[in-house]
Design a protein around this ligand. Structure first.
Ligand code: ATP
Length: 481
């Protein structure tokens, strides 16, 4: 029987626990630090009775609305007379807190101790692991000891043993995990294993996309997503270069934006500030870069892309975590191996129907899935997780002053409206560098600065999300609403 309140003790020190439709309220007058906790059911990690009579409740909660989530434990011996009511109450709490989810997830945790400012291991031990333990998750952790280690782990991952892969890193290690899945004995099934980032790198674009810019500052929110997020299908992108096929989940860039990523590796200790320093260096150099870019275009009207944003998200949110979600609707994968390439590869005709070509010196070419590429740059404000399209931006050269001004508001995606930014939604694209020197960065990895092709695979990969869509605010300018 559902039970919605529990009183333990007597007199002024009576502890009262109340379960409402949306919240768990813990009133403990004797608890000096947390006499009153009111937290959303999403933040409830565990409630139960251990050893026959020990009440255990663990939640994440804040004292002030904007402060980071703290881990709060309630523990105490339940008198014999109250054990049945305590058991009924905790079971109601667990039922409500994990509605549509399975508690005690089995998590494969990969920690890159070298990512960003190098605090991944410390953050795991101090902030993340205690939350997983409080939620009674089964945690199998590996600290990566070298580049490509995350890829090896993903490639050999026993898929039946885990419910999700948690990656404490920046975006580079997530790239490795998806490429490990591509090389797995059963890639189609491997790609349905949910991956979820905990941001300890420099850019952390994927965490910003899944949690939102503010929430991504709080490692507890990322840990909570690993426990409470539902699988969300995401598009992955095949990159073909010199006959080699790799998988990208996030961005490809050339020109200024590649220089400020790959050209600032030595400034890793600065965290995300390294990208600002890199950008200022590019402003001083003020160069343009020649490419031939061919795009199989699905949409090129910036206003239309923004107009559909809210409706697409509302639908995604409504079906997220239900049988109708794209993740469940596609059911178990039927084909083994990677999807066939339809638009690129030998015999592809980039001058054919639906393709456009752009060939002149530009400031940068940037293609990506997910709005944020770092916390300070919302490069693709109208990106959707699984629309089957990649957003491609070609930015023409502009004055130094306009480059600096373009930085202002970039965390809100305001550069999107600049006339020099040509924005496309694409099924596939191809870039041919017309000058030998330069950088090509794919998900932050250095690739040869040579011709490559890219094609999107709708819903191939899986993230965990508590929302069903990316978490960025973006809308039409006031004069067009
Ligand atoms: N123990 C290690 N020693 C050296 N390099 C490692 C180790 N473990 C992982 N790596 C490499 O570190 C690289 C960068 O990691 P990651 O992307 O996680 O951090 P980041 O580059 O700081 O963040 P972001 O991608 O968000 O900018 C990865 O490509 C991975 O191969």
């Amino acid at each position: 029987m559902a039970s919605h309140s529990l009183h333990l003790g007597s007199g002024t020190n009576t502890s009262k626990f109340t379960l409402t439709e949306k919240e768990l309220v813990l009133e403990q007058p004797a608890n000096k630090k947390w006499p009153l906790v009111r937290t959303s059911l999403r933040n409830v990690l565990w409630a139960g009775i251990d050893d026959g009579n020990r009440l255990q409740i663990s939640v994440l909660a804040t004292k002030k609305r904007k402060s980071p989530l703290s881990l709060v434990h309630v523990a105490g011996v339940v008198p014999d007379a109250d054990i049945d009511s305590a058991a009924a109450f905790t079971s109601s709490v667990m039922h409500s807190a994990y509605y549509g989810l399975t508690p005690r997830r089995r998590l494969k945790v990969i920690v890159n101790p070298k990512s960003g400012p190098g605090k991944g291991a410390k953050h795991f031990r101090k902030r993340v692991e205690p939350i997983f333990r409080a939620a009674r998750c089964h945690v199998a952790v590996t600290f990566t000891s070298r580049a490509r280690h995350a890829q090896e782990i993903a490639q050999a991952l026993p898929l039946d043993d885990f419910d999700a892969v948690v990656v404490l890193s920046g975006d580079g290690s997530i790239y490795e995990v998806f490429n490990g899945f591509a090389a797995h004995a059963d890639p189609a099934r491997a790609f349905r294993m949910p991956v979820t980032p905990v941001p300890t790198g420099s850019g952390n674009g994927s965490s910003n996309n899944l949690l939102g810019r503010e929430a991504a500052k709080d490692l507890a929110m990322a840990a909570l997503n690993a426990i409470k997020g539902h699988p969300m299908s995401i598009d992955l992108v095949s990159i073909l270069q010199n006959g080699k096929r790799t998988i990208s989940f996030m961005t490809s860039c050339l020109g200024v934006m590649a220089n400020l990523d790959l050209g600032t590796e030595h400034l890793r200790f600065m965290g995300s500030q390294r990208f600002v320093v890199g950008f200022l260096r590019e402003v001083i150099k003020h160069r343009s870069y020649p490419y031939r870019v061919s795009i199989k275009v699905a949409e090129s009207d910036k206003y239309k892309m923004v107009e559909t944003l809210d409706a697409v998200r509302a639908h995604a949110q409504a079906v997220h975590g239900t049988a109708a979600s794209p993740y469940n609707a596609s059911a178990a994968p039927t084909s083994k191996g990677l999807p066939e390439l339809k638009h690129i590869g030998p015999g592809a005709d980039v001058d054919g129907d639906g393709w456009i070509t752009f060939a002149k010196p530009v400031m940068y070419v940037y293609a990506g899935k997910g709005p944020f590429v770092s916390k300070d740059l919302m490069q693709f404000p109208v990106s959707h997780p699984d629309d089957g399209l990649i957003d491609v931006v070609i930015s023409e050269r502009t004055t130094r002053l306009a480059m600096i001004k373009g930085m202002d508001g970039s965390e809100r995606g305001e550069q999107y409206w600049m006339d020099i930014q040509h924005y496309f939604k694409a099924y596939a694209y191809r870039v041919e560098p017309l000058a030998p020197k330069g950088y090509l960065s794919i998900d932050g990895e250095a690739y040869p600065h040579e011709t490559f092709e890219a094609e999107v695979h709708q819903g191939l990969g899986t993230f965990l999300s508590m929302y069903g869509h990316y978490m960025n605010d973006f809308s039409l300018p006031p004069d067009r609403k």
